[in-house]
Design a binder for this molecule. Structure first.
Ligand code: FE2
Ligand code: FE2
Length: 365
């Protein structure tokens, strides 16, 4: 007999803000279970699992871990609601198998959007379109980005070889199969900083190919793109992933990240061009940028290119407090930044991001 599917909500009686339940009910049947009565049967015919529990309570964590490992739970998307963003909550929910997480309470529209994406398997759909080499490049480089950021946050070594190898895969995949499908898959990743680092890496790789740079310079651009915001590993997560616009004080903390990039990469003896990319991607030609207030010719070509890829990625990507912007509109805005951005380079970049679908670029070996 046909049985309806439902959203399983795993909750904890000590958390009181559960107004999202009414939102879920608007679209789906629900099955509300507490952690102690949760069993394999609850996962069967589940469209989505939403977890809202106290992740610092060991009495909840141990049974939750066991139940999340059940075979019936595999392949079902899981959304964790965090009462606030902190590294512990994010790490914990990832260990437990989160497909995505969100700070809750949040605006209803954000909750509905994230729920719809998960129920519709938006992530899997974009991954299905990848060629074998694109999929390998994405899997390996996501892992490398995650590891480098968590190592940098913990003051551990950031392995240059791993970054270089994953960038070589990205270069190969972009040269063979273009950028579009790869970028669409990245855009579904739930962590903004990782997603943004990968997007800037992809844009700079294609940008370099379009400008006809040699393989060694392409590697520099790809690696520089991936690591350009590594200093954000030292920014508190409450600021980095705040689901709203930053206050003036929070902006001050956020603007420390290029200096922190320099600190991290200097200690590890990275190539000086890479340090330039990471330290100076927020400099502006009229001297209004940061951290060094460089002006005109003091801003290198690499820093100019990264500033463009960085700004474009920020405009077209969605955040919890702003929708994504169409690529054409983003380029129009950037064209108006005359005096700050290198406009001839913006014009060249335009054909990277507004090119025909799956345009393939080549590079000189
Ligand atoms: Fe940045
Ligand atoms: Fe950035």
């Amino acid at each position: 007999m046909f049985r309806k599917q439902h959203v399983t909500i795993i909750h904890d009686n000590n958390i009181h803000n559960k107004s999202y339940i009414d939102l879920v009910k608007r679209y789906h049947d629900i099955k509300l279970v507490d952690i102690n009565s949760l069993c394999a049967e609850d996962f069967i015919r589940s469209l989505l699992i939403i977890v809202q529990v106290n992740l610092t309570d060991p009495k909840i964590l141990t049974p939750l871990k066991e139940k999340m490992a059940l075979p019936e739970r595999q392949h079902i998307p899981v959304l964790f609601l965090l009462d606030k963003f902190n590294r512990r909550g994010v790490v914990q929910s990832n260990i437990l198998g989160a497909t995505d997480y969100i700070a809750y309470p949040c605006p209803d529209s954000n909750f509905i959007e994230i729920m719809a994406d998960l129920v519709n398997h938006a992530v899997e759909k974009t991954w299905c379109k990848l060629s074998q080499i694109q999929e390998a490049a994405l899997k390996v480089s996501l892992k490398v980005v995650e590891t480098t950021f968590s190592n940098a946050a913990a003051g551990l070594e950031v392995a240059q070889d791993e970054v270089k190898d994953s960038c070589d895969l990205i270069i190969e995949a972009t040269a063979k199969d273009g950028l579009n499908n790869w970028m669409n898959a990245i855009r579904q990743h739930h962590n903004y900083t990782y997603r943004h680092s990968m997007m800037v890496c992809g844009y700079l790789t294609s940008f370099g190919m379009l400008l006809g740079v040699k393989k060694a310079d392409l590697q520099l651009l790809a690696m520089g793109g991936m690591m350009h915001d590594i200093g954000k590993a030292m920014t508190p997560l409450e600021i980095l992933d705040k689901p709203a616009k930053l206050t003036a004080t929070e902006w001050k903390v956020m603007k420390e990240h290029p200096k922190n990039c320099r600190l991290i990469l200097n200690v590890e003896n990275w190539d000086s061009d890479m340090i330039d990319i990471a330290t100076h991607h927020h400099e502006r030609l009229d001297g209004t940028g940061y951290p060094d207030g460089l002006k005109g010719a003091e801003v290198s070509d690499l820093a100019r290119m990264t500033a463009i890829a960085d700004m474009f990625s920020g405009l077209v990507d969605k955040r919890s407090y702003k929708p994504s912007m169409h690529a054409e509109k983003a380029i129009d805005i950037m064209m108006e930044a005359e005096g700050q951005l290198d406009i001839p380079l913006v014009k060249a970049f335009r054909s990277v991001v507004l090119s025909d679908e799956n345009k393939v670029f080549t590079y000189q070996k």
